[in-house]
Design a protein around this ligand. Structure first.
Ligand code: HEM
Length: 307
């Protein structure tokens, strides 16, 4: 039996509830954060676009928790490598578009000051015991990431490739909403205590800029930045009469649709993790032993003597 991110939904819901909140409560918190954005604004539109996929993300995460996300380093590090690959592709493109094409949206996104890829890298080096011996460490890191990507699903590979090929700030904003948003305004940062107790402090660089005092200010800045992203654009578009039927600019709609696609992409990354946690073999052997004992005692005596 393989423990994958496609286990039964019942297990997942039970698991989400055992973590303290029901699905309805989690959805209510999500909606409350949605309302912090401006009415008719980009932030709200992006949140609404990912609402359904976020429910699935919650469930997938619960499956991963059952599979060992916070109890087996091998599960956690594989998840981290996949999210690193997507984030690194996104941040690399963002920096390139800002520097080479003076992309305004990329400039605004980067002005928040976040760079998660280097933090992921430090954690991956710790989690895979890649010694810090100069250039070789980066070669080892590349190799480690390639190995994980090689066995990842078609969907996960396609998501990362889509980000690598993004050619505008509007697309990258959709990706940033999903990859950065999960950490800055979502539940990502809340995982830190569990990661620290499983993997140690040296594997928690990822959470450096999204934990500690100031969470509410960080959230507000993220929300306001998103609401501001296409504002000038909307005014210009109005002058140029390039608005869509819904009264939003084309860039606004492009960000929202990319956002929706990227949240599905995030889910693809989680679905891609196919690892048997270290404790699975004990559960399987215990189950096999129990079934054998039960079968032995319930077999008719004549059959038992033959076996
Ligand atoms: C890989 C993708 C994601 C996963 C697996 C995920 C999973 C979760 C989980 C499990 C929680 C509950 C946390 C807890 O109570 O301990 C949560 C909360 C939340 N998530 Fe996500 N999420 C993801 C992406 C996002 C994104 C992209 C956003 C929006 C930008 C988002 C917004 C939120 C919000 C607003 C909450 C409520 C946080 C609070 O308690 O204040 N999530 N998420």
């Amino acid at each position: 039996m393989k423990s994958t991110a496609t286990t039964e939904t019942t297990t997942v819901v039970d698991s989400a509830e055992s973590e303290g909140k029901s699905e309805a409560q989690e959805a209510a918190i999500f909606d409350k954060t949605t309302e912090k954005g401006e009415e008719e604004g980009l932030f709200r539109a992006c949140m609404k676009s990912i609402r359904n996929a976020h429910k699935s993300a919650n469930r997938l995460r619960s499956v991963l928790v059952v599979s060992g996300l916070f109890t087996d380093v091998k599960v956690y590090r594989e998840v981290i490598v996949l999210f690193y690959a997507a984030t690194n592709a996104m941040e690399t493109r963002m920096l390139a578009l800002k520097d080479e094409e003076c992309d305004e949206i990329c400039g605004k996104l980067l002005s928040l000051g976040y760079r998660f890829a280097p933090q992921y890298e430090k954690d991956i080096k710790t989690l895979y015991n890649l010694d810090d011996d100069g250039n070789n460490t980066n070669a080892d890191l590349k190799l480690t990431v390639e190995k994980v990507l090689l066995k990842s699903t078609v969907g996960a590979k396609a998501y990362i490739e889509t980000i690598e090929n993004m050619s505008s700030g509007t697309e990258l904003a959709g990706a940033a909403f999903c990859l950065w948003g999960a950490l800055i305004i979502g539940g990502g940062a809340m995982a830190m205590p569990r990661v620290q107790s499983l993997c140690g402090k040296d594997a928690c660089h990822l959470f450096r800029d999204v934990t500690g005092p100031g969470r509410s200010e960080r959230k507000t800045k993220f929300i306001q930045m998103f609401d501001s992203l296409t504002k000038d654009e909307k005014n210009n578009d109005e002058k140029k009469d390039t608005n869509n039927d819904d009264g939003k600019s084309f860039k606004f709609d492009r960000i929202v649709t990319t956002c929706q696609e990227c949240m599905k992409g995030n889910n693809e990354l989680m679905t891609s993790v196919k690892i048997n946690p270290w404790w699975l073999k004990y559960i399987v052997s215990t189950a096999v032993a129990t079934v054998s004992v039960v079968a032995f005692y319930y077999l008719p005596k004549s059959q038992r003597e033959r076996t």
